[in-house]
Structures are given as structure tokens and as C-alpha cells.
Write a protein of this length. Structure first.
Length: 247
């Protein structure tokens, strides 16, 4: 059983298209999108429409919550307002109803074989869980007791997530976890789009990382040309593949 895991396209339709094309060369049984679909990139509507056209399970990311929220604190944010306008009301309504997580159980297997897919952690769509540090992203390893709290009562053969924008693997207590890099905004110094195929081998889930080149400089230039809120640091994130501060 092979599951294509896609996450964090962030309105970068060029990177997303490159990944979808690459996936045509790699056998997979299902596809799952783990959120952060529209915000920050130059083409939010295209990304949402491509995701919806896949007709696959989709869960919400933290920026999806921001974009779809009716809370005035978010609606009044210049970039969120622009993104919502680009997406259109129907796509915003769809995003608002996305579920928090998704489980996949290999045929003939019990609960212990399940794959649990979340955006960030099983308890919080915004929490940052680090099992392997990344100098470029600037995070340190999450303390064991804090990491256990982030997992809560969730258990699976593998818990897989996006959110931190780079590949990592680790074990918290006895629970195996893995993060998958971002399609639209990688934070590991490599500008190529990242996704993974998760394969059940009859005993465990194996993570097969993939990287796909695309014209990231053209996407950065498009962001600058649009002259929307925070355009310069957003474009710099694309060019440098690192979390440039929004200041």
C-alpha cells in the first residue's frame, strides 16, 4: 500500500503542478493533502482548485484556519483578505469544513498498523514538534515531556505531519513520527518542492522522500510583481528556502 503525502503548497501552484506531474511516474494507491493550501503564494485559487479536483482526503493546516476564519482578527489581515478574495467564497467555505486529521489502515490490519496524518501534531494544528533539528529553520529538539503532550492519546504505527517544512523522523516514547517537507515553501535550503510516498511493507510504514525542481525564481518574481502584503519576505523565503521573518 502506497500513500502519496502532499502538504504545505502555500499558494505556490508552479511547485504543486511539478509535484503532481512527478507523481505520475511513481505508483501510489491513494493521495492525501495535509493542509496549508493557499496562504503566502501568488496563486491561492489555483492551488485550492487543484486540491479539490484530486477528490482525495484533505485535512486543514493552521494557515487554512486563518484564511477560512470569520474572526475579524484574521479577515482584516491584508494578505488573508487578498487570499480570500482570490479564492472566492465557495473555496473559502470548503476550506472551513476541512477535518483535523485522517487515518489509513492497510487492508486486513488492525489499529496498530494505522497511519495517522495530521498537519502539525495530533492535538494542535499550530504546535511545532521537532525530533531532528534543522539549522536553517532554527528549531531545537522538543523536550520529551512536551513532545508527549503534543501527541496526547494518539497512537498509530506512524504519525506523519507537515507544518515544519522539512523532512525528519523520530520516536517519542514508543511512538514513531515523521515530518514531510513542504511543496511550496521548503525550509531546508533546497528550493525544490518536497513530498513523500508512505509505503506499508506488511510490518511498518516506510517514508520515501521525493524532491522536484521547478522555476522557483519565477514564482518569487511573481510575488514581487503582485506587490501584495509582505511580498518581499515571502519572495525571499522562496529564493532562500528558509523562514525569513515577516517584519
Amino acid at each position: 500500500m502506497r500513500i502519496a503525502f502532499l502538504s504545505d503548497m502555500h499558494g505556490n501552484a508552479a511547485a504543486f503542478d511539478a509535484v503532481l506531474t512527478d507523481l505520475e511516474q511513481h505508483a501510489h494507491d491513494q493521495m492525501v493533502v495535509a493542509g496549508d493550501i493557499a496562504l503566502f503564494g501568488p496563486r491561492p485559487r489555483e492551488c485550492v482548485e487543484r486540491v479539490r479536483a484530486l477528490s482525495c482526503p484533505v485535512i486543514r493546516g493552521n494557515t487554512d484556519v486563518f484564511v477560512a476564519s470569520n474572526d475579524e482578527r484574521y479577515r482584516s489581515h491584508a494578505l488573508i483578505a487578498w487570499t480570500r478574495e482570490q479564492m472566492g467564497e465557495a473555496n473559502t467555505d470548503w476550506m472551513r469544513e476541512l477535518p483535523f486529521d485522517h487515518r489509513i489502515r492497510p487492508p486486513g490490519q488492525g489499529d496498530s498498523a494505522e497511519l495517522l496524518i495530521v498537519h502539525a501534531t495530533p492535538t494542535d494544528v499550530e504546535a511545532i514538534l521537532i525530533t531532528q533539528p534543522n539549522e536553517i529553520s532554527g528549531h531545537t529538539v522538543t523536550p520529551e515531556d512536551e513532545a508527549r503532550g503534543m501527541l496526547g492519546e494518539a497512537r498509530a504505527s506512524l504519525i506523519v505531519y507537515g507544518h515544519i517544512h522539512y523532512f525528519s523522523e523520530g520516536v517519542i516514547g514508543t511512538q514513531r513520527v515523521a515530518s514531510i517537507g513542504a511543496i511550496g515553501f521548503p525550509f531546508d535550503g533546497d528550493p525544490t518542492a518536497a513530498y513523500a510516498i508512505l509505503e506499508w511493507d506488511g510490518a511498518s510504514w516506510n517514508v520515501e522522500p521525493h524532491r522536484v525542481p521547478y522555476d522557483h525564481k519565477a514564482v518569487a518574481a511573481e510575488i514581487v510583481a503582485q506587490d501584495t502584503f509582505l511580498a518581499a519576505p515571502r519572495a525571499e523565503r522562496i529564493l532562500l528556502s528558509r523562514p525569513v521573518p515577516f517584519e
